[in-house]
Design a protein around this ligand. Structure first.
Ligand SMILES: C[S@@+](CC[C@H](N)C(=O)[O-])C[C@H]1O[C@@H](n2cnc3c(N)ncnc32)[C@H](O)[C@@H]1O
Length: 402
């Protein structure tokens, strides 16, 4: 077995981390180092501590909004039981505590694999980098020297422990688990195991909060998707916590196609059968690849006349509109594609990309997450879409910008 394979196996066994999806550079450094690593060094090298206060702010808004209901789910209000799993140096846990203090009673445990991170978390002293340019300090942080310290009373309210998510000993009877930006490095099988154990650790109705870029728990694990505004969480079934979301509003009727879309030029493609549609789309994909956008557009307009209920021509026209800077038209076309194929990942991706560029990050995020979830749940990419792998990369790329 090669040294690289041996390392990959060891890291997968001990940490759950899949090196294939992990920063290649660290692996190369490890291989280049003279002395073999001890288990502790291995743990430090492969635990990545990137974090900051109030990261993904919408999750704290969701927590605050749901807290009263969660704490009264099984009787009179009691302390909320919360776990920050993979808390790194503690910024996430203190953000949870700072959000809730004075509003809801809570019992908060925060754990990480890396003992050095846990020590730092316990000290509660940070450089300005942990604020990432936030100008207004929350009232539970005090400026000190070059950085900030956590209010000592708040510090007392968080219990930090070392815990490897691959080991036993998960806290139980929880109302909320935060596990953000941790499982994205795990192999899908390991991540699924952890999700299953999170489900078991939650009370009925309890919420799991993960980052947008973390893998989505597969439906077989048993979580329900839960939305609050633009924030998404995963809920253990059993108790209804919120009024059911309003039924999705059907998209507004589309404006009559613009003149340019109606005037199909003399079409070079005979347009009756389904495989002719396929051929037409393939030809358009080649033309788009060769940047012959106007030619592709003319063919697509012709295709649409004969196949008005097909999502793909709408979607490809949407792509061309995006390329040519006509974003509003791109959105109308992506919406039409979604009306015809509501789970089409590529259509959600296009919609998300256009909305992000039009300065609507919340709506964009929602579509990008729909794209990601649809792919995870086995939706096959639309005829004209890139491969599943490429689609996934493109979705992640967009989410990283939000
Ligand atoms: C990128 S940080 C995320 C910190 C915080 N949750 C956030 O989102 O800001 C990832 C953390 O996961 C921890 N981690 C990685 N593998 C782990 C494992 N098997 N068990 C527990 N923690 C792990 C790392 O030590 C690291 O501190």
């Amino acid at each position: 077995m090669s040294q690289r394979q041996a390392l990959a196996d060891e890291v997968a066994r001990r940490l759950g981390v899949d090196l294939e999806s992990f920063a290649q550079r660290r692996v190369e450094d490890w291989l280049a180092s003279e002395a073999p690593m001890s288990a502790e060094q291995l743990v430090r090298t492969f635990s990545i501590g990137e974090t900051f206060f109030l990261r993904h702010q919408h999750h704290f808004e969701l927590l605050l909004a749901e807290a009263p209901r969660l704490s009264a789910v099984d009787g009179p209000p009691r302390a909320l039981r919360i776990w920050s799993a993979g808390c790194s140096t503690g910024e996430e846990a203190y953000s949870i505590a700072g959000t809730l203090r004075g509003r809801v009673l809570f019992d908060l445990i925060a754990t990480d694999l890396n003992p050095e991170s846990v020590d730092k978390a316990r000290r509660g002293v940070y450089s300005g980098w942990s604020l990432r340019g936030r100008v207004e300090l929350p009232d539970w942080l005090r400026p000190e020297a070059d950085g900030v310290v956590v209010d000592p009373a708040l510090r007392q309210q968080v219990r930090f422990e070392v815990l490897n998510l691959m080991d036993d000993g998960f806290p139980q009877g929880l109302d909320v688990i935060f596990c953000r930006n941790v499982l994205l490095y795990f192999s899908p099988a390991r991540a699924q195991e952890v999700y299953q154990r999170f489900l078991a650790a939650l009370n009925p109705g309890g919420l799991l909060i993960i980052a947008d870029t973390d893998p989505t728990p597969p439906p077989s694990v048993g979580f329900e998707v839960f939305w609050r505004g633009q924030a998404r969480a995963f809920r253990k079934p059993g108790v209804r916590l919120a009024a059911p979301p309003p039924p999705p509003t059907p998209p507004p009727p589309l404006p009559p196609p613009r003149e340019a879309l109606v005037v199909a030029l003399a079409t070079p493609v005979p347009l009756q059968a389904a495989d002719q549609l396929k051929e037409g789309l393939a030809a358009c994909r080649r033309l788009i690849g060769a940047r012959r956008l106007d030619e592709a557009r003319r063919i697509l307009e012709g295709l649409l006349k004969h196949h008005p209920l097909e999502a793909s021509p709408n979607l490809m026209l949407g792509l061309i509109a995006e390329e040519q800077g006509r974003r509003a038209e791109g959105i109308a076309l992506a919406r039409r594609a979604l009306f015809l194929e509501p789970d089409a990942p590529f259509a959600h991706l296009l919609m998300g990309r256009l909305l992000r560029r039009m300065g609507e990050p919340d709506r964009a995020r929602r579509h990008l997450l729909r794209a990601k979830d649809a792919l995870s749940q086995g939706a096959t990419p639309t005829e004209c879409a890139p491969s599943e792998h490429e689609l996934r990369e493109m979705i992640y790329e967009q989410l990283r910008h939000l």
